[in-house]
Write a protein that binds this ligand. Structure first.
Ligand SMILES: O=C(O)CCC(=O)C(=O)O
Length: 243
């Protein structure tokens, strides 16, 4: 996709797919580093470095990897990635987060419909997520489903979700049939990029196949925290920390 098409499609739909975003060797390195990090580093880190699934053991999310893992921060900071997202952010990219949504086999939990800016609380909403598939993402193992064009509605009313790792959701989830939503079906190394106001969600993973995603979150340097959004997020995340 040309840079012009990328920007046009992103601004129209609030979500775009990029095939072969990372090379197979990068994906193998990411997988090995995440396995090592969970095994060797995580236990000594603050509680807000991860969210576990209902079994209390299996990792649902890793948070704040940009602070705790120099290798993954360096990957997110690659000049080619910064150059790709800069026009979508209308300014200089600032890396705001490196995280995972692991969606492990059989017990991976769902993500309720939400807009990321209910968590990020930025104005103007020049913030996005690059979601990179480490495992194949199929119809069955809980792909992220997006409502194209929903980013143009601004931040919609929210309510605490009670879901650990996704503490704030939409007050009234939109009634759009699944068939009319955009499911990001990805091969390892493919990525989606979504705007922080694009409504999205994902189903639990009941299959025998994990669905690991690595996320790079960027904002434009010019954005600022909106105190009203921040107050709603703080109330929700206090009920179900850490995210
Ligand atoms: O990976 C998922 O299932 C959800 C991802 C998500 O909510 C996000 O990228 O903001």
């Amino acid at each position: 996709m040309s840079p012009t098409d990328l920007r046009h499609n992103y601004e129209r739909d609030g979500v775009v797919l990029l095939r072969h975003f990372l090379a197979p060797a990068d994906i193998a390195d990411v997988r090995a580093e995440l396995t090592r990090y969970i095994r060797d580093d995580l236990a000594a880190l603050p509680a807000n470095a991860a969210t576990r699934e209902a079994d209390g053991v299996t990792v649902r999310n890793l948070w704040r990897l940009e602070q705790h893992n120099p290798k993954l921060r360096a990957l997110a900071e690659r000049p080619a990635i910064r150059a790709l997202v800069a026009p979508l952010l209308h300014g200089e990219p600032v890396l705001a987060g490196v995280e995972t949504f692991n969606k492990p086999a059989r017990i991976g939990s769902g993500v309720p419909p939400h807009q990321d800016n209910a968590y990020f609380c930025q104005t103007p909403p020049d913030m996005l997520t690059v979601w990179i598939a480490i495992d194949p993402v199929t119809e069955a193992n809980g792909p992220v489903c997006f409502l194209k064009g929903s980013h143009r509605q601004g931040v919609l009313p929210t309510k605490p979700s009670g879901v650990r790792g996704n503490s704030i959701g939409l007050a009234s989830p939109p009634v759009v049939p699944l068939a009319d939503q955009f499911r990001a079906l990805l091969e390892p190394g493919d990525a989606s990029i979504h705007h922080c106001n694009t409504i999205h969600h994902s189903a639990p993973n009941r299959t025998d196949h994990p669905r690991l995603g690595l996320l790079f979150v960027f904002r434009g340097r010019h954005t600022q925290t909106d105190p009203v959004l921040q107050a709603a997020y703080t109330a929700a995340v206090t009920l179900t920390p850490p995210a």
